[in-house]
Design a protein around this ligand. Sequence first.
Ligand code: FE2
Length: 212
Amino acid sequence: MAEALISKSNAKKLIEKLFSNADPRQHRFKSGFLRHSEATYKIAKETAIDIINHNPGLEIDPNEVAIAGYLHDIGRLLSVNQNFHEIRGALYIKNRGYEAGIAENKKDLEGLSGMVISHFIVYEEFLDKCYPGREEFSNIKASLLLPKSIEQQIIVYSDLSNLEGRETNFRERVEHIENRQKDNPHFLNAFERGKPRIIRACTGIEELRKVK
Ligand SMILES: [Fe+2]
């Protein structure tokens, strides 16, 4: 079990600090970003608890998953370029998380980083060698971007189960994203390939938490 992870209130302070250092163009997203972080935290925690209750053999730390949920989009605040924010955020947690007060030991930082790196369709975006911004991360192993553990899949599910904080079904959220990005061919290409995978991951999590 992870020990001495950042509290939710300190995670919020960290995000606020990163916002204050971020490009002013990003400031208008702040309230929606914080609502999304809070909701992803809450859904991740509740989901982990439901899964443990229904599957007593599984060892999941709800607090650790919830903190990963709170921080999953932290990479969006580290660059104006939002592409591959999953990797940017994960590397920040892994390499700078100690000074930032995210966790006290390497194992916990790696655990959180591993949950953040594989959310959404970063895997399919990365497989497209021409995807804008990819060159910055060309040394990353593609397999790290595929969520394999239940914890990683809970982050995929929790991220997609709310829209700026309003809880929603992941299928609706997926449609909403598709519509919003309809003028972004690079994104849509990756999305078309990633969509069945993320829906499968979310459906698997829904089944594990026994949502009917
Ligand atoms: Fe994200």
